[in-house]
Write a protein that binds this ligand. Structure first.
Ligand code: PLP
Length: 286
């Protein structure tokens, strides 16, 4: 079955879903995005994603072509039209298609932002990767300095993923000034003597919606949380590690740069947090 994709006000079969070659998302990566997961036909953490989207747009002086309430309706309509039970909804807003290629932003009264959404059907709750755990390598963080804005300029993270693949591993953790920033498309955590350690919020990392929820659940469960930078050596000496993102929830990490963590299998804290996250986020899904 061909997917139905939302493009600037229309629901169209995927083969007809097209944007202009002059779209600034295509020419300048001048766009922002969100990925919201779907479980049991409901959206997980929609409000968090909508708020972060508004912030990303604000930081870039970009207008939203619809309101956040309308965006929720579009998500729901797209889920219904595609009979999406489990998976993700990808959303992208770009600064639209100007008449010519020009570095300067176009006048938003003349050029409207473009909005695209599509679904990806995938089994995400019952993931074999969560049982095996992931192996990561470390790479230098060579991204731009505003990683708190969720832009579509993802070439370096994509290259990082390829470096991990070439090394026979699953993902890369990026390192800046000796400390881990985050994974190519996820936030990174280690666990040492019962404490969950993850980099503090700043422009150096994306403020993960899953991160916020998981840290809240961890604190509610009386787990100790330390928001601070950590090194690869600390990670290799940790009892366990994990990552979080909307499309993977909580995913254990069992190896860092060739060094197995603990006994090389998913640790109890990551496993428990995954269970709690799935249980709690299902309760508040809309
Ligand atoms: N960090 C980066 C660089 C990401 O690309 C993502 C998700 O795409 C995350 C963290 C996790 O964010 P979230 O939990 O909101 O999906």
């Amino acid at each position: 079955m061909s997917r139905i994709v939302y493009v600037n006000g229309d629901y169209v079969p995927e083969q007809d879903a097209k944007v202009s070659v002059f779209d600034r998302g295509f020419l300048f990566a001048d766009g922002v995005y969100e990925v919201t997961s779907v479980l049991d036909g409901k959206l997980i953490d929609f409000e968090g994603h909508a708020k972060r989207l508004e912030r990303s747009l604000g930081e870039l002086d970009m207008r939203a072509p619809v309101t956040m309430d309308e965006l929720l309706d579009i998500h729901r309509e797209l889920m219904a039209r595609n009979e999406l039970h489990e998976g993700m909804i990808y959303l992208q807003i770009t600064r639209g298609a100007d008449a010519d290629r020009d570095f300067a932003f176009p006048d938003p009264d003349k050029v409207e932002s473009s909005l695209v959404l599509f679904t990806q059907s995938k089994s995400i709750a019952d993931s074999p990767a969560a049982k095996a755990g992931m192996k990561v390598i470390s790479i230098e963080d060579q991204r731009w300095g505003r990683r708190d804005i969720k832009t579509v300029q993802l070439l370096y993270p994509s290259m990082g993923k390829m470096m991990a693949k070439a090394a026979g591993k699953d993902d890369a953790w990026m390192v800046e000034d000796g400390a881990v920033t985050e994974g190519t498309s996820n936030n990174a955590y280690i666990v040492k003597d019962g404490a969950i350690i993850t980099r503090h919020l700043s422009n150096a990392i994306l403020h993960g919606i899953t991160r916020a929820a998981v840290l809240r659940f961890a604190r509610e469960a009386q787990m100790k949380v330390e928001e601070r930078p950590f090194t690869i050596a600390e990670a290799q000496d940790a009892d366990e590690a994990f990552i979080t993102s909307a499309s993977t929830f909580v995913m254990p990490v069992v190896e860092v740069d060739g060094v197995a963590l603990g006994d090389g299998t998913p640790g109890p804290v990551a496993t428990r947090l995954r269970e709690i996250y799935l249980e709690e986020s299902r309760k508040t899904a809309i």
